[in-house]
Design a protein around this ligand. Sequence first.
Ligand SMILES: *Cc1c(COP(=O)(O)O)cnc(C)c1O
Length: 375
Amino acid sequence: MKPIYLSPPHLSGLEAQFLQEALESGWIAPLGPQVEAFEREFAEAVGAKHALALSSGTAAIHLALILAGVGPGDEVVVSTLTFAASAFPVLYLGAKPVFVDSERVSWNMDPALLADFLERRAKKGKLPKAVVLVHLYGQSADIDPIRNLCQEYGVALIEDAAEALGSTYKGKSPGVFGLAGIFSFNGNKIITTSGGGMLVSEDGGLIAHARKLATQAREPVPWYEHREVGYNYRMSNLLAALGRAQLRTLEDRVQARRAIFQRYVEALAHVPGLSFQPEAPWGRHTRWLTVMLVDEAAFGLGPEEIRRALEERGIETRPVWKPLHLQPVFRGAETLGGEVAEEFFRTGLCLPSGSSLTREEQERVIEAILRLAGL
Ligand SMILES: *Cc1c(COP(=O)(O)O)cnc(C)c1O
């Protein structure tokens, strides 16, 4: 039987036309009119003033941290329940991550833990340089209290909205509330350029500086002059053409993923031991991934046993992100709380959620789970 993947790329049908245009224009380069158009259209879609298309979301986080002034020995607060790419760039800069546990409403950074930490650190005169706030699985964190804390203590707020394009917080897209926000167009994200990312900011100067750093930090003179360390982080014109085609379908993709989530809930939420990630009252969850929680005692099997049983039937599922404070590469990092994220990791399972998942395929997933439940 055809395998069912967790979140495969979903073509809109417009890609070939946009790519063809880009090819015929002769701009087979990093830069070009497609990049400029993609940046403009993306900024408009998320309600940001400025946007910079990059080679990855990770590159966008790296540049945001540099522009927040993060350097060796500085501390950067990061959500612990996330993909490692949220925190790897902290290590690139020789800085130290401080991990913060999740709350139970959205599963994102707990503002109370951050408040307590910043208050203690302010007394010591040793504040972190930045906060990387992650919006996980398509749902915004509770941004206002975290933004207020960052403003009060003068700490830069960087939003990792890699998984949250299309979601809202009080009617606005996450990513536009702090110093900078980042998005990802990796193959499994809600829209994709096969690989790529975007940095957004209200600050045009910041984006201009990021643009220069991402282009090998060339100074604006005819010869190659460099006064800062640069990076090769720009998005190619061809991939930007893909991005423009994908962006046009964003709202459809959100609706499709939300409908998939709804069908899982209708079919499975009544099963003893199964429940689903809640939708916080402050905004719209895109359900980029549907995450199911498994109470092993009530269901009879744990999430890992379910994962293996589904794998045998050609169905790909995945554990919830392993919290970063448990990852060997971040060993020794200070951690505020951690038990909530550990519980989600222990009990959670991400179900196939791609917007191209057919009803028949989803039925196969649901039936397989019901059978494991003995129903
Ligand atoms: C995918 C992802 C990233 C990294 O994006 P890339 O484009 O793959 O570099 C960062 N943070 C989170 C939370 C992600 O899911």
